[in-house]
Write a protein that binds this ligand. Structure first.
Ligand code: DON
Length: 325
């Protein structure tokens, strides 16, 4: 299949629609300034072939796409213990909703809504402190940047302006983490958990970098950029694993059922791929065993998913027939 041709066709079909519908996230002031008229798409196959089109190399604020990678880090560090405080059910509610937390005693439904990601951030702060060594305290913010840099194969950084903008206006996140703390479900100071969370959301990456970084999700957990030596035994091939093959299947399952907030059912129906979206307009999607994709277009639909990003994924599935169903 000639993927470059497919992505060029999608870019040509999407470009005339830019600016026609949807709205850029405005509740985070630094995001409200991003022009809506962007579209990028990139993919990387299991074997390392890459293709991209449009604004695929332009960096953007990855926002909740970061939840995919903090979950990966937490699953890797904590294994099954992670699930003591976080569920695996779709919430059916907006990503920043507080209502379920009251009925469910401070245990978030899943790691991809804000409450769940804050609970994951708390575990990562604890983990970083426990691993602190003679050189001084370790910082969970450095751990997530190190993971993203390693997976993308190039330096990845926070956007300090976006992190500050979220810290100044993230009242719902402040409420969510305090509410969980009141149930005894947050171990660290809420300020430290929020600082980690606001920074992970403020990571800047391009579609090309994100399609690469998510590559382990189509390779049974193997590092996206490292190849097994020809003729290597299985153990050798797994030496560079990001997470195990079982954990990889579980992350893909959570992306399919919870990765696009309360629109996850519709996205499974119309696209049929595990996806994780963010209010910066990025969406990472996985064709298990084949490839990872990233699309970006800042104008969002009512659920907070990129309107044209979803449209582009629908076109990709229609043109290639690649879907889990
Ligand atoms: O916390 C927020 O509301 C944003 N930093 C991220 C929201 C987002 O991308 C969708 N959330 N799951």
């Amino acid at each position: 299949m000639e993927f470059q041709t497919v992505l060029d066709e999608i870019d040509a079909e999407i470009r005339p629609l830019l600016g026609a519908a949807g709205t850029v996230a405005s509740y985070i002031p630094a995001l409200a300034r991003v022009p809506a008229e962007h579209f990028g798409i990139a993919l990387r196959t299991r074997d390392g072939e890459e293709a991209c089109a449009g604004d695929a190399r332009a960096p953007f604020s990855i926002q909740s796409v970061s939840k995919l990678f903090t979950l990966t880090l937490a699953m890797r560090c904590l294994g099954e213990r992670l699930w003591e405080r976080i569920g695996r059910e779709p919430s059916g509610n907006p990503f920043n909703s507080l209502v379920q937390l009251e009925f469910e005693a401070g245990r978030p439904r899943n790691p991809f809504i804000n409450a769940g990601a804050l609970a994951v951030a708390d575990r990562l702060v604890t983990q970083a402190r426990a691993a602190a060594c003679g050189a001084g305290p370790r910082d969970a913010r450095d751990d997530i940047l190190a993971l993203m840099t390693d997976l993308a194969g190039e330096a990845v950084a926070f956007d300090p302006e976006v992190a500050a903008s979220e810290a100044a206006t993230g009242f719902r996140n402040v409420a969510l983490v305090n509410f969980m703390k009141s149930f005894g479900k947050i171990d660290n100071d809420v300020a430290d958990v929020l600082d980690m969370y606001f920074h992970q959301c403020a990571i800047r990456m391009s579609c090309v970098q994100l399609a690469r970084a998510a590559g382990f999700l189509c390779r049974d957990g193997a590092h996206p950029l490292r190849r097994a030596r020809p003729g290597a035994a299985d153990a050798d091939a797994c030496a560079g694993a990001v997470v195990s093959d079982r954990q990889t299947r579980r992350i893909n399952a959570l992306m399919l059922t919870c990765g696009t907030y309360d629109a996850a059912g519709d996205v499974a129906f119309s696209i049929g791929l595990p996806c994780k979206s963010g209010v910066g307009g990025g969406i990472v999607a996985v064709v298990p065993d084949r490839l990872t994709l990233c699309v970006w277009s800042p104008a969002l639909d009512a659920a907070g998913n990129s309107l044209l990003g979803l449209k582009a994924l629908e076109l990709f599935v229609a043109k290639t027939g690649l879907s889990v169903f």
